[in-house]
Ligand binder design. Sequence first.
Ligand code: ATP
Length: 302
Amino acid sequence: MTNQVSVRVPGKINLQLSVGPLQRDGYHELATVFQSVSLFDELTISETDTDGIEIAAIGKSTIPIGGENLAYKAAELMCNKFDIETGLLIKIKKEIPIAGGMAGGSANAGATIVGIDSLFSLGLKRDEMERIGSEIGADVPFTISGGTAIGTGRGDQVTPVLSRGSYNWVLALSTSGLSTPAVYKECDRLREGLDISKPHVSDSLLQALTHGDAKTLGKALSNDLQAAACSLKPALRLILDVGIDYGALGGIVSGSGPTVAFLAESEDHALDLVVALTSSGVVGNVIRVAGPVPGARVISNT
Ligand code: ATP
C-alpha cells in the first residue's frame, strides 16, 4: 500500500491589520492579529512511482495545478531540503475561498509542510516548519501554528496571543476574489500625500482577547486595507452595513478581502445573522464558523 497522509488546515481572518507606509522594496511593514477559524481545506499527500510533484484539485475548484500552486512550491522546497526523491501526489479539497483574504493558498503550503514532515517521519518541530513556511510566503507560518497570534514584519513573525474563549463568526463569502497586490496598490493610491505611521497592534483588541470580551473585541476590529478593498468592490460597504444593522458586534473585511467577517454575541445570534444576511440578498454565501482553532494538523497517516 502507498504511504499516505491527510492534513486538515483552517483559513484565517485578521482581527486587526495595521499597514505601514510603502517601503522602497515595494513591501509594507505589518502588524496584524490573525485568528484561525473553522473553515478547512483537506490535503491528502501520497508517494507515487512516477517522478515529480502532481497536484489534483478535488471538486470544482479552480486553483492552479502546476508550479504556481503554493502546495506544489512547499512540496518542492521540502523535497529539496530533505533529499526526498519519490514522486508525490497532492490532492486538495478546498473549502477556503480562493483569493478571499483568508490565506487559503498559504494554508495549503502550511499543510503540505506538516504532511511531508509526517509522511517521511522527519521529526520537525513546529517552529522549524514555520521557518520553512516563511520561505514560501508571509502568511504560511501562521497557518501551521493557528490559534490567535500577532504577526509582525511582513506578517511572518508570529507570536501567540493569550485569548480566552471561543468566538462566533459569520462570514460573507464572495464568488469573485480580490487580488492581494491590487488591494495594496489601491491602499497606496488612497494614502497618497498622507503621513502614515508605523504599524501597531491595538491594546484594546489584545485586552478584549485576554478577557474573552466579545463586545469590546467587536468594537476593536480594524483593517487598514478595508477602504481599498471597498473601493475596488463597493458591494462590500453594503454587506458591512447590513451586518451591523442586524446587530453584529463588529464587522470587518478580512485581510485583502473580499471575505467579510462579522462577530456575533452567541451561536444563536450567529444563526440569526446568517438568516438576515442571506435574506437581505446582498451576499450569496454566508456561513457560521468558530475561532480560534488549531493550525494544520495530520488527521490520518497510513
Ligand atoms: P492572502 O489572504 O494570503 O492574501 P488569499 O486568501 O486572498 O491570500 P489565496 O486563496 O491564497 O488568496 O489565493 C491567491 C492566489 O493564489 C489565487 O489567485 C490562486 O490562483 C493562487 N494559488 C496558488 N496556490 C493556491 C492554492 N493552493 N489554493 C488557492 N489559491 C492558490
